[in-house]
Design a protein around this ligand. Structure first.
Ligand code: ZN
Length: 339
């Protein structure tokens, strides 16, 4: 009998649920709003009802389990959410046990950025590699490390937070308590802050106009201005690339992985930040220089830095992959490692 899994992406705004088979075929995908303001129990009830309805539609297949991607810090041992800025009131709540109890099915929780990394490894940009690192440039900067096809969790599930690598020791303060984190320099929030700073300095009439005359500023509108040649907008993305390049140079030196995948909304500005990113990596990482794609580094495997392919679905596919990996490990006829 074929197996399938249910992947859930529980965000602060949307609840998305997908049924995915063991080969990665999307069987069904639904999206509903997350009514966080109605409280934790309401959201859990809605989520369990939606998962139950999805599972019932594929009852002729074996349900391997449910994987749930959640923004925040998850304690993998206890299945509790330690901290989640997007889900107020969920701190120290035993999410996994509660959902398992209601649905009587194996549930695996994962940080949403780790889920996205696993999705890109399984079916996206890193599908041909066993080891990879992903950076997700969204409201914040998330990340995930996948080694041997599985998420690298560290001691308690908190590994893979490249968004909080220090880039500027005295840079902008970060909610994590540090200053000058990558997240403060390469996220959509950072792009907006830098745009507002440019407006305050009076160096970009175009950005000021966008802020007052049009629908308002967004990372996307700042990117559009960079494309149209506005020097201040171009400088913002140059700085994004610079920060990403510094972070990646350190990660490449540390990990020597075959592929580094960059996703999230800000990755749409790829053309605007890739050059400064590569310049910085080239300058700062001797491991990258020895493995640069192209002729100069000689024969052998190369370090790939590339865009994510699955967009917003990466986290859903990755979440579904979690129980399938566990299922494969528990059955002889289960999923092959590289399906
Ligand atoms: Zn930080």
């Amino acid at each position: 009998m074929s197996a399938f899994a249910i992947g859930v992406d529980l965000g602060g705004t949307n609840l998305r649920i997908a049924a995915v088979d063991e080969r990665g075929t999307l069987l069904e995908k639904t999206t509903a709003g997350t009514q966080v303001e109605r409280g934790r129990d309401f959201v859990v009830n809605e989520m369990c009802d939606a998962i139950h309805a999805t599972a019932a539609r594929f009852s002729s297949s074996t349900l391997a389990g449910i994987g749930i991607g959640i923004p925040g810090i998850i304690d993998m041992d206890s299945g509790m959410l330690r901290e989640s800025p997007n889900l107020p009131g969920w701190d120290n709540y035993p999410v996994r046990d509660e959902i398992e109890r209601r649905l009587r099915t194996k549930v695996i929780l994962e940080n949403d950025a780790n889920s996205a990394a696993l999705g890109e490894k399984w079916l996206g940009a890193a599908r041909d590699h066993d080891d990879m690192l992903m950076l997700t440039l969204g409201t914040g900067v998330g990340g995930g490390i996948v080694l041997g096809g599985r998420v690298w969790h560290g001691m308690r599930g908190m590994a893979g937070e490249p968004g909080h690598i220090t880039i500027e020791p005295d840079g902008p303060p970060c909610p994590c308590g540090n200053r000058g984190c990558l997240e403060q320099l390469a996220s959509a929030t950072a792009v907006l802050r830098m745009a507002r700073e440019a407006i305050a300095k009076g160096v970009s009439p175009a950005l000021a106009c966008a802020s007052h005359c049009n629908a308002g500023l967004s990372a996307e509108s700042v990117y559009q201005m960079a494309v149209q040649g506005d020097p201040a907008a171009q400088e913002i993305f140059r700085r994004v690339g610079w920060a990403l390049g510094i972070a990646l140079a350190g990660l490449i030196n540390l990990l020597n992985l075959p592929i580094y995948v960059i996703g999230g909304g800000v990755a749409s500005a790829w053309d605007a930040f890739l050059r400064p990113l590569l310049e910085e990596v080239q300058k700062r990482s001797f491991v990258y220089r020895a493995t640069t794609p192209g002729g100069a580094s000689g024969p052998g495997k190369k370090t790939i830095i590339t865009r994510a392919l699955l967009g917003g679905d990466a986290g859903l596919f990755g979440a579904a992959r979690l129980p399938l990996l566990a299922f494969a490990g528990s059955t002889d006829e289960g999923v092959r490692k590289h399906v």
